[in-house]
Design a binder for this molecule. Structure first.
Ligand code: PSU
Ligand code: MN
Length: 304
């Protein structure tokens, strides 16, 4: 049997049945530069605690699957070089070889579910990349949402993706896409997009109830909750569009493909916005952590 290494606070919350919110680690190792990545990881954990839940940052370190990282491990991971990016395909191999890897949305969902955690907060999910009709680059995150029963809170899908195609795949896969507080599907750094959200729910209690009902209906898979970035923190879509186009052209010119595409684009957009994309990214992750904590609290009270 695989051993789950729970942090002390996660082990306590698990045994008491108090709310837990899973957090991914790819955002730390591949999504933000050091030292901001460590500061943000600590801040998001603090936001979860302040909202009355327990944070469980998930990663594989030296072949051990960690559910919740003590601060020394978090700090080690944030500075580590050559950390693998783990999706569904890579987790077992990383553990078998004693490797160190950060979990994407897909891998974090798998580990969270194993550990009995139903709610997970991140920034943005992976999706269908622009040009996917040629590259077939469709994130494993979408298929994971279709099969693993974890409710994922994200700020929509990044505008580096083909958001319309991403919503189509989610619909085909039977994944509920629920936007909070507005009718339009949010676009990560921008609070709105021209696309209408398939579903809307403004009450965390209803989102928690819907999570439970999926299981009762015999439906596999989770829910995607789209939580718009607060308006004060957003970068308007019109301002971002030319920057994204430049980043995309640079990725093609440099022959970037596969797993490197998302980290490359995020880094390039960081440079081209002179850091504003990172400021917005931090604000939206914190906002998602707070909403996730409320949903986790509702789920915990439903099951007690
Ligand atoms: N959003 C961010 N930063 C990130 C990611 C998303 O703001 O680093 C990561 C997440 O871990 C997501 C992954 O699961 O990118 C998707 O990668 P890919 O497109 O290769 O599946
Ligand atoms: Mn991909």
């Amino acid at each position: 049997m695989i051993t789950l290494h729970r942090s002390q606070e996660v082990a306590t919350a698990h045994s008491k049945g108090t709310p837990i919110v899973a957090l991914e680690s790819t955002i730390i190792t591949h999504g933000m530069p050091y030292p901001q990545n460590l500061e943000v990881a600590r801040q998001v954990e603090a936001d979860v605690r302040a909202a009355g839940a327990t944070p469980a940052t998930i990663a594989v370190i030296d072949g051990q699957l960690h559910i919740g990282l003590e601060d020394a491990l978090l700090s080690q991971l944030a500075q580590a070089k050559g950390v693998a990016k783990l999706s569904r395909a890579d987790m077992a191999a990383c553990i078998a070889t004693g490797g160190t890897g950060a979990t994407t949305v897909a891998a974090t969902m798998i580990a969270a579910h194993l550990a009995g955690i139903a709610v997970f907060a991140t920034g943005g999910i992976g999706g269908v990349h622009k040009g996917a009709e040629d590259t077939f680059d469709i994130s494993a995150d979408l298929l994971e949402l279709a099969q693993t029963p974890v409710t994922v809170i994200a700020a929509g899908a990044k505008a580096i993706l083909d958001v319309a195609k991403t919503l189509e795949v989610l619909e085909t896969q039977g994944v509920p896409v629920i936007t909070v507080g507005q009718d339009s599907f949010p676009a990560f750094w921008s609070s709105t997009s021209p696309l209408k959200s398939p579903l809307r729910m403004d009450d965390p209690a209803q989102i928690a109830t819907a999570h439970g009902l999926r299981a009762q209906l015999g439906l596999p898979g989770g829910q995607l909750v789209a939580n718009p970035i607060p308006a004060a923190d957003e970068i308007p879509a019109a301002e971002l569009a030319p920057i994204i186009a430049t980043a995309q052209n640079d990725a093609i010119a440099h022959g970037i493909s596969g797993k490197s595409v998302t980290p490359y684009l995020l880094q390039r957009i960081f440079e081209l916005t002179e850091g504003r994309s990172l400021t917005a990214n931090i604000a939206l992750v914190r906002n998602n952590a707070r909403l996730a904590s409320k949903i986790a609290a509702e789920l915990a009270s439903n099951s007690n």
